[in-house]
Write a protein that binds this ligand. Structure first.
Ligand code: PSV
Ligand code: MN
Ligand code: MN
Length: 388
């Protein structure tokens, strides 16, 4: 059994990265409901992310999406983040929003468009050099809608070629992390549809290429914790994009739709050593807050990840192993369920208290007056949205 002090140390050490795009207005293709006080530029997005860190103490980094967060001076943006007590995390590339990409980006049959896409990815590495980011997060919307539309094999060749060029550009500790998604926007084939495809490409690229598991990117019923266990065992789990879903890529708050699934995932993370900083597994959120306020939405999400992690850490590993060895099916299941059914909120509140934070981050943020302040101050200019 993990000792109480080891549980506490692991929880204190866990870091959760929030995404810049969560702070902007977002919606569905039917309507974006604008909220007041939403950031107008990347600097204000970082200021909001810093609030999440200030109240939770475990969200010291914020991911950027380029070009949504394009600025003239990335060193200045990094300095702004540092001044507010946070850092810039992963750089997410965007090769899915230009008209040029209708038939694909790095897998497009037109070499001119492939060149444009790869150049953008290389530009993202330049951004990483400026911000000190470790991770380049790649998600490709590339795919086809109709059988025969393009050559599936040739598209894999083009993808491999593009990835190799970008990987070769990385220096030092930088990593390429590759995200998969089973469909959308392409509906017939997707060029990186699943963890197996992402894993095969990363394996060829090398040590610093790893897979991103976005929890909303699987077919219903997929056993995500199995994928996590497998990738961790192979040293190829690079990061999570956490969110939750009822239907497809819903991007709802992590742990909201299925907290038990999140617990099962975190159990495999703990079991596979993924909480050890040496494993370099990044815990990121990839969410949109369409109808709820954004900063509290992120605080709640961070807390949900912490709660699932705490429960996973409470699994009595020795008792579980003993039951498994003995073939005690019900006993083993009971060990897991005991941990899941433990109320860890008081433990987490205590840890926050020890760290000099308010035990209830949601209430403390509400009391802080920040929401009212940004509503009053952020008038004029264009409110940032998902994509701007
Ligand atoms: C694609 O659905 C995705 O999950 C990728 O991570 C993108 O970068 C992100 O959404 C944008 O929200
Ligand atoms: Mn994602
Ligand atoms: Mn997604």
């Amino acid at each position: 059994m993990t000792t109480a002090s080891a549980v506490r140390a692991a929880l204190k050490g866990q870091q959760i990265e929030t995404p810049s795009w969560a702070y902007g207005n977002s919606g569905t293709r039917f309507k974006v409901f604008a909220q007041q006080g939403v950031p107008r530029d990347p600097f204000e997005k970082i200021a909001d992310a810093a609030q999440v860190h200030a109240f939770t103490g475990v969200a010291p980094t914020v991911s950027l999406h380029i070009p949504w967060d394009k600025v003239a001076d990335y060193a200045a943006l990094a300095k702004h983040a540092a001044d507010l007590g946070v850092r810039i995390g992963a750089i997410n590339a965007n090769v899915f929003q230009d008209d040029d990409y209708m038939l694909g980006s790095v897998t497009n049959p037109d070499p001119r468009i492939r060149r444009k896409a790869v150049d953008h990815l290389l530009e993202c590495v330049d951004v990483m050099d400026g911000t000190g980011s470790r991770d380049l997060k790649l998600w490709f919307s590339d795919g086809t809608n109709y059988p025969g539309q393009d050559d599936i094999r040739a598209r894999q060749d083009r993808l491999a070629e593009a990835l190799a060029e970008v990987y070769a550009r990385l220096t030092g500790e930088q990593r390429l992390i590759l995200e998969y998604k089973f469909f959308e926007p392409a509906f017939y084939t997707t060029d990186v549809p699943d963890w197996g495809t992402a894993y095969a490409h990363c394996l060829k690229l090398g040590e610093r290429a790893k897979v991103v598991v976005d929890t909303g990117h699987h077919a219903p019923g997929t056993n995500i914790e199995f994928i996590v266990a497998f990738l961790l065992r192979e040293g190829k789990l690079g990061a999570f994009d956490f969110n939750s879903r009822f239907y497809a890529d819903d991007d709802l708050m992590v742990g909201a739709a299925d907290p038990f699934q999140l617990f099962r995932i975190m159990h495999e993370v703990v079991r596979g050593g993924g909480l050890d900083p040496a494993s370099e597994v990044a815990f990121m959120l990839d969410q949109c807050h369409n109808i709820e306020p954004k900063i509290p939405g992120q605080i709640r999400s961070v807390m949900n990840v912490q709660e699932a992690t705490a429960k996973a850490l409470l699994v009595d590993a020795d008792a579980l192993a003993a039951a498994q060895r003995a073939g005690d099916v019900l006993g083993a299941n009971a060990v897991l369920m005991d941990a899941y059914n433990t109320d860890v909120r008081a433990l987490l509140a205590e840890l926050r208290d020890e760290a000099g934070l308010a035990p209830d981050p949601m209430a403390a943020y509400a009391r802080s007056g920040y929401a009212e302040r940004i509503k009053a101050e952020r008038v004029g200019g264009t409110q940032a949205g998902w994509g701007a």
